[in-house]
Design a protein around this ligand. Structure first.
Ligand SMILES: [Zn+2]
Length: 480
């Protein structure tokens, strides 16, 4: 049997003969073929120009029998080649369109994410300044309080004393004291002024910090929304590719059979396609089997072969749970130090070396882009395609394109902690959204995608969404 169109009406295939009739009543298979023939497209030519688009677009895929027949006749062969090229072009355009949509959504996510990072860092800085200003204002207030208190205790000179002065010398001395007091009064006034300004500055900074925090929270929600949208677009692109893959493979094999120069028969080409189909079904079956207890999840931007062992995410044992291997308590119970709540892994194998640290930096420009002015992560030294490992247990919340970060994976570790892995090599993402990972699980390969100047891992750590410096974080866990 030589099926050309799966039974699934939603397969994304060309219209059925019935649909064709409805759409292009006058166009028969024969006229369509003639149109293709008249265009006299050469074998191996790129996109087919000059072929009546309506006629070609309306056609169903050729059968292997069509291919066999066309091979025997030069004219029919060119027509069939032209037709197949057009079909391939259309299918590839659909896949490319979905991929472009995923890329655009990933770019938008990146922009929203960077805007949030900028606001988060700015809000933190303003809050720090506001706290410092508040302390200054309190100090200034305390100083005034102390000075005024002391002057009150020491007493001051009443101008009335001048009138009762009995000698010029006494009057002089009193006048001197009065001018000294005038100086003190001026100084006090200045101090009051300073304290007042400090209080105002503190208030203004506190207000600004509050506003920035509001903006940060709004941008956070926006970035989260765009992340989900980008994920959906990546899943859709993956689904489009999967849906068209089989048809594309068949069409390409048919094209190869028509333009064959190796002496292979049409049946051999057909057998090759069927073997690949069976192998793919088997790979998918195994992947499903392995991902047995993977929760949730859509696809990822990369066709993930899921070679990772089945995730066996177990909840962290609480220190109160006695280990199963504990011998009977014949000896006095030993007070164990609190068990670590989480175990960690380095993000790459071997020594972790940071090439570029977190924080403000000078913008670096390449031929088509510039690095950002603030570095929200640490650049870990690693060669192309080196393994990227999950630093802690958690759930994958993003796996796909992320603008300047290239291919990107984000893992939520719970308790407000998350990590991000950027510039991942194309086609190397091994995890899907919703998947649970363990510390040290292979998640992707090091690459140079996005705004990157050579293979490395751009590693980020987030606390309640805000990026923090990964270096002290890694060092505190003995990973650096
Ligand atoms: Zn970086």
């Amino acid at each position: 049997m030589l099926p050309t169109r799966p039974d699934d009406p939603d397969c994304g295939c060309g219209p059925t003969p019935a649909e064709q009739k409805k759409l292009f009543g006058a166009v028969t298979r024969r006229t369509a073929l003639t149109a293709g023939l008249l265009s006299a497209v050469l074998i191996g030519a790129g996109p087919v120009a000059g072929v009546a688009p309506a006629a070609v677009a309306s056609e169903a895929d050729p059968t292997w029998e069509d291919v066999q027949r066309a091979r025997a006749n030069t004219a029919a062969k060119s027509a069939e080649v032209a037709r197949i090229l057009k079909l391939i072009e259309q299918l590839e355009a659909k896949v490319a369109e979905a991929e472009q949509a995923a890329r655009d959504a990933g770019d938008e996510f990146h922009e929203a994410q960077q805007a949030f990072f900028d606001a988060a860092i700015a809000a933190d800085e303003l809050q720090t300044q506001a706290d410092a200003a508040d302390e200054d204002a309190q100090d200034a207030g305390d100083r005034i309080g102390r000075i005024v208190g002391r002057q009150y205790r020491e007493g001051s000179v009443a101008p009335l004393a001048l009138l009762t002065a009995t000698s010029a010398a006494e009057a002089d001395s009193l006048l001197n004291r009065l001018s000294a007091l005038e100086m003190i009064r001026k100084r006090n006034e200045a101090l009051y002024g300073e304290a007042f300004t400090a209080k105002n500055t503190a208030q203004s900074l506190a207000d600004q910090a509050k506003e920035k925090q509001k903006e940060r929270d709004r941008l956070f929600r926006q970035a989260e929304r765009k992340m989900k949208r980008a994920q959906r677009a990546a899943d859709a692109a993956q689904a489009t590719l999967a849906r068209h893959q089989e048809r594309l493979e068949t069409l390409k094999a048919q094209l190869a059979a028509l333009t064959d120069s190796t002496g292979k028969t049409v049946s051999e080409y057909e057998a090759g396609v069927n073997a690949e189909k069976a192998a793919r079904a088997e790979r998918e079956r195994k992947a499903r089997e392995q991902a047995g207890n993977v929760t949730g999840g859509g696809g990822s931007a990369a066709p993930a072969p899921a070679p990772t062992p089945p995730p066996t995410h177990t909840p962290t044992p609480t220190p109160t749970t006695p280990p199963k291997t504990t011998p009977p308590p014949t000896t006095p119970p030993v007070v164990n130090p609190p068990a670590p709540v989480q175990t960690w892994s380095k993000p790459v194998r071997g020594t972790v070396k940071i090439n570029s640290g977190f924080g403000p930096r000078t913008t670096q420009c390449g031929p088509s882009y510039c690095s950002s002015g603030y570095h929200y992560g640490s650049d870990v030294n690693a060669s192309c395609y080196a393994d990227i490992l999950a630093v802690a247990a958690g759930k994958v919340v993003y796996a796909g394109w992320n603008g300047g970060y290239g291919n990107f994976v984000k893992i939520d570790h719970g308790g407000g902690l998350a990590t991000g892995y950027a510039h991942i090599a194309n086609g190397t993402i091994k995890v899907t959204v919703g998947q649970q990972v363990k510390p040290g699980d292979l998640i992707a390969g090091v690459g140079n995608t996005g705004n990157s100047f050579g293979c490395h891992l751009h590693f980020e750590v987030y606390k309640s969404g805000t990026p923090i410096n990964p270096e002290p974080w890694l060092r505190a866990r003995g990973l650096l």
